[in-house]
Structure formats: C-alpha cells, structure tokens
Design a protein around this ligand. Structure first.
Ligand code: GDP
Length: 445
C-alpha cells in the first residue's frame, strides 16, 4: 500500500556519488522523501516539519560511512531522531500503582479498544506483577459493555465489580473504590463509557469520576489506525481530564505508526503500551525502536549502517595493529595517538583513567610534558611533508632545520620528537609481538 521509504530513497541516492560527508544538498533531497513518508505515515504536518528541521541540522556535515550511501546514512539519522522523539520519560510499560488500592482510569472513544485493553492490562498486572486487580465498567449507557467486561474478567481470572442497575458513573466509581479497599485489592481499574465522538456530557462525567477517585494513572486508549484523529482526541482528553499516558491499539494492523510520533510531539505524554491484537495477551510495552522502524519501513538499513560503522572501526584498528606488529610506526601514527590523547582530556585525563597511574601522572607533570607540549609536537609533525611523515628515516639535517623553523621551534625539539617516535615504535612492536592475547589487541577490544 505505502511505498517503502527505503525504496523511495534508494532511487534518489543511486544518483548521488559517495562522498566523505553529507552535503546540504544530499540532506535536502533525502529529507524531501522522508517528509513525504512521514506524512503518508499519518504524522501531522507541523510535527513532520519540526522533525525534519531537527534532522537537517544533525545530518548536514555528518560523516558518511564507507559502504553505505548518503541516503542510507540520512535514514539512520532520521531513525535515531525518531527514537529520540518517541522515547518518553520513565520506563515504558510501568505504571504508578503503589499505595494500594491504586485507581487506574481508562478513557477513550467508543470502539478504540478501551474495554479490551482494560482486560489485557488487568491480566498483565496480575500475571507479571502479582497484583490483585478489580475491574469496574462505568458504561451505564451500554449494558452490553458491562457484560463484556465481566466476560473478560472471567476469561483472565480478574474480579469485576458486580453490576447494580440504576447507578450512575460516579456511584459505580465510589462503590469500586470501597470494594477495592475492603477486598484488599492492589489496583482497581475504571473502564469509563466511550462515545463515538467527544462530547461535553462524556467529558463532564469522566471529570466527576476523576475527582471522586483521584486516579494514579489516567490512560487514554486510542486506535492507532486513526492517525491524526487519534492525536486530536489525545489533545482534547489531556486538556480536559489530564492523562498520564497513552495506549495505542490496533498496532497489529497496517497503520504506519505516525500517530505515535504526532502523539508524543503534540501531547508530550508517554505512550505506555501498544495493543497488538484481540487476544488478552496481545498487549506489549511500547518500544520506540519498533515504531521508528515501522514509520520508515527500513529496519534493514539501520542495521546495515550500524554494521558498516562497526566494520570500519574494526578494519581501522586491525590495519593499525598489523603495521605496528611489523614495527611500522611513523609520524602519522604518532600524530593520531597524540590527537586521541588530547581528545580524551589530554595527558592528565588519560592518566587519571588508568589505574595505578597516579604516581606517573606526577612525573609527567614534573617533566613538563603537558598538553601544550603535545600541541607543539603536533605542530612539528604538521610542518613535515607527506613523505617525511610516512618515512621518518628521511629526516636529515637540512630537512630538520626546515621543519623546526616551519613550526617556530628548535631542531632540538624535533630531535626529542623523533626519539619519542622511535621509542614508541619499538614499544608497539613488542606489544604487537605478544601474540593473539597481546596487550595491544586486548586494549583494542
Ligand atoms: P471499546 O468500545 O473502546 O471498549 O472497544 P472494545 O474494547 O470493545 O474493542 C473494539 C474492537 O476492537 C473489539 O473487537 C476488539 O477485539 C478490537 N481490538 C481491541 N484492541 C485491539 C488491538 O490491539 N488489535 C486488534 N486487531 N483489535 C483490537
């Protein structure tokens, strides 16, 4: 039904050549497609817009990993950002239900799957957390709804409040609260009445119930297939009743999960669970990764990019290892090590991370080998030609003079650097020769 985003993108990016970094144009082209895909997945326009803007800022200039295309790289960035937005605060799948009996208010439109979800959640709390749960239907308009909950209760082995004809919703809620206290229940769940559309009477009734029981959780159940309508419903309920979380149902259908993204972005409320079928165990903890994959329909691309990045790092490390083992350690290697050192917080930062290095750190400090010295040495290396960097043996008197002068330093400084390069080279060689279990290899794991 939907054109897959990865298919859509691959057409565009086949034409783009591989480059070292994502250019602004690459990103723009890719994001045009992402935007269409988001809208097709039922993400609302303002949400799609602000989302794309955030991705654009992150993606422009990002490094493109070898063996993936810029398009694939953009998709990975989009994917990560999706997860970022979808991730709510707190552990997904957990509810605040300490202080027994804890009331949970279930709200939503008729047909959203509210009653089914009430049963599923009660079962989950009973089975997974060993809670004693009581369910009550407040749907005085549809006797069938009350019966439905009673049947579900029997099916999952959870008690339901006996039905008393003629009571209103608030009276039933009060009776449920009392019964929960007397009966030693941990949780009591109130399945409120739904309407086909939001109306004032419904809202007022739910408000009254809320005020009587002060729910620990107010969960809005919405049909995940209804897309933007679901988001409007969520806004309305949150504004009037105040919800603590959302359950998206029918996520087993072919909806593309865009509602989830809009929902998070618009209401800021966490999606706690997703319904994945009609059966009583078809309720799962909301997982941002799954929805992100679904919105983009490109789980394999993300895996590919991750793999490529990993492989690249391993390849680099292995190449370096092989060279060190052969005793090849030139100025490029030295420079890389020094830069790495600076990145890790300089000499001091590195020493402080290594156990037992306290004493040595003091010696290093005394020797005057600090970050400033490292920077000067990098400047010396920068003053060399490419050939000189790769082949330290080339450095004879006249070259040395030129290099030192270029870096604004003395030949004696360069001599120190050369000595260091030789010593480190020897050390690397020894370490490399320690075989498979060698220090260097272990350090690189
Ligand atoms: P309520 O009116 O909101 O209480 O809705 P119900 O709980 O009665 O559910 C309406 C219909 O949706 C029933 O046939 C349920 O079996 C079905 N349903 C509920 N949740 C899901 C779900 O996650 N996936 C699917 N496929 N069907 C669901």
């Amino acid at each position: 039904m939907f054109e897959n985003l990865s298919d859509r993108l691959s057409g565009v990016f086949d034409r783009l050549t591989k480059q070292g970094a994502l250019s602004a144009d690459d990103v723009k082209t890719a994001l045009r497609e992402v935007r269409v895909a988001l809208l097709e997945a039922d993400v609302s326009l303002p949400v799609a817009r602000s989302f794309i803007k955030a991705v654009e800022e992150k993606a422009t200039g990002a490094a493109v990993t070898k063996s993936v295309t810029p398009g694939q790289q953009v998709v990975k960035i989009v994917h990560d950002e999706l997860i970022e937005v979808l991730k709510g605060e707190g552990e997904p799948g957990t509810l605040k239900i300490d202080n027994a009996p804890a009331p949970i208010l279930m709200v939503g439109l008729q047909g959203s799957g509210k009653t089914t979800t009430t049963g599923k959640l009660a079962k989950r709390l009973k089975d997974r957390e060993g809670k004693k749960v009581l369910m009550a239907s407040l749907d005085i308009y549809r006797p069938a709804a009350m019966d439905q909950l009673a049947v579900l209760g029997q099916q999952v082995g959870v008690d339901t409040l006996p039905i008393v004809k003629g009571e209103n919703a608030v009276q039933i809620a009060k009776r449920a609260k009392q019964q929960a206290m007397l009966g030693g229940y941990d949780v009591y769940m109130l399945d409120t009445a739904g309407r086909l559309q939001i109306d004032d009477v419904l809202m007022k009734e739910v408000e009254d119930v809320r005020d009587v029981v002060s729910p620990r959780e107010t969960l809005l159940v919405v049909d995940g297939l209804t897309g933007q309508v679901a988001v409007e419903v969520a806004e309305e309920f949150d504004g009037k009743i105040g919800i603590s979380g959302v359950v998206l149902t029918r996520m087993d259908g072919d909806g593309r999960g865009g509602a989830a993204l809009s929902m998070r972005a618009v209401t800021g409320k966490p999606i706690k669970f997703v319904g994945l079928g009609e059966k009583m165990d078809a309720l799962e903890t909301f997982e941002p990764e799954r929805i992100a994959g679904r919105i983009l329909g490109m789980g394999d691309i993300v895996a590919l990019v991750e793999k490529a990045q990993e492989t690249l790092e391993i390849e680099q490390a292995e190449r370096m290892m092989k060279r060190f083992q052969k005793g090849q350690f030139n100025f490029n290697d030295l420079k890389m090590q020094m830069e790495q050192m600076l990145k890790m917080g300089g000499m001091e930062g590195m020493m402080s991370m290594m156990p037992g290095m306290g004493k040595m750190a003091k010696q290093v400090e005394d020797s005057g080998f600090d970050d400033k010295v490292i920077r000067q040495q990098i400047a010396l290396i920068n003053s060399m030609t490419k050939k000189e960097r790769a082949n330290p043996k080339l450095l004879q008197a006249s070259r040395k003079k030129r290099i030192a002068k270029g870096a604004g330093m003395e030949v004696s400084d360069l001599n120190k650097l050369m000595k260091m390069q030789r010593q480190m080279g020897d050390m690397m060689k020894k370490m490399g020769k320690m075989g498979k279990g060698g220090m260097l290899k272990q350090a690189m794991r």
